[in-house]
Design a protein around this ligand. Structure first.
Ligand code: MG
Length: 203
């Protein structure tokens, strides 16, 4: 499996990082080895001094697809959850400055936290989902999927023009405003429509 991650999908987050607004979705990938699951701890890598959390709605692909039309994209997922796209912000800044790929900042081991998935049938419409992150009990990020620049179905359609989607692939749909650094012993709890999706410590 692979992770397909969307960058710059919420206007307020684009503003906080002073990036430009994309015309089409921007995506990058993480390998399977990036996964952190089942509330296991996240280990801060030794090569970064500034690792940021990015809380994102995640969608699990349930069948093989390429060149998926937007109107059929909803048939390609039936579980939705919440995850964290951990980002070595210091390295990412250097990559962007130097025009280099993002893998060292985004694709490192453990950088894709996957929380619990819920059936689509138990949630409101995918573009009507509230979510938030507690850092040591304090709410630091809150989002609503109606604020996405590109809908989940548009993302699936767009990505599948370039990359075949396979069963089990996970799409990270972008972070809202409020990203920030993590430190050793932090506790992160994520909620999607009131359901606790993840609860883990930083080591
Ligand atoms: Mg992200």
């Amino acid at each position: 499996m692979k992770f397909i991650c969307i960058g710059r999908n919420y206007a307020a987050h684009i503003a906080e990082l002073q990036h430009s607004t994309p015309k089409d979705p921007v995506f990058f990938m993480k390998p399977e080895s990036a996964i952190t699951r089942c509330n296991r701890p996240f280990f801060i890598p030794d090569f970064s001094q500034e690792v940021h959390y990015e809380t994102e709605v995640i969608v699990k692909i349930n069948r093989l697809g390429r060149h998926i039309q937007e109107k059929f994209a909803h048939l390609y997922y039936d579980e939705i959850g919440l995850g964290v796209d951990f980002t070595a912000r210091d390295l990412q800044r250097t990559c962007i400055q130097d025009g280099e790929p993002w893998e060292i900042a985004k694709a490192f081991d453990g950088s894709a936290v996957v929380g619990k998935f819920l059936p689509k049938s138990e949630l409101p419409d995918v573009q009507d989902l509230h979510f938030h992150l507690l850092l040591n009990g304090e709410q630091v990020q809150t989002g609503h999927t109606r604020d996405m620049l590109f809908t989940v179905d548009r993302l699936i359609s767009y990505v599948s023009r370039f990359v075949t989607l396979k069963m089990g692939d996970i799409l990270f749909t972008g972070t809202p405003v409020g990203v920030g650094p993590v430190h050793i012993n932090d506790r992160l709890e994520g909620f999607l429509e009131g359901h606790k999706s993840f609860d883990f410590k930083v080591k």
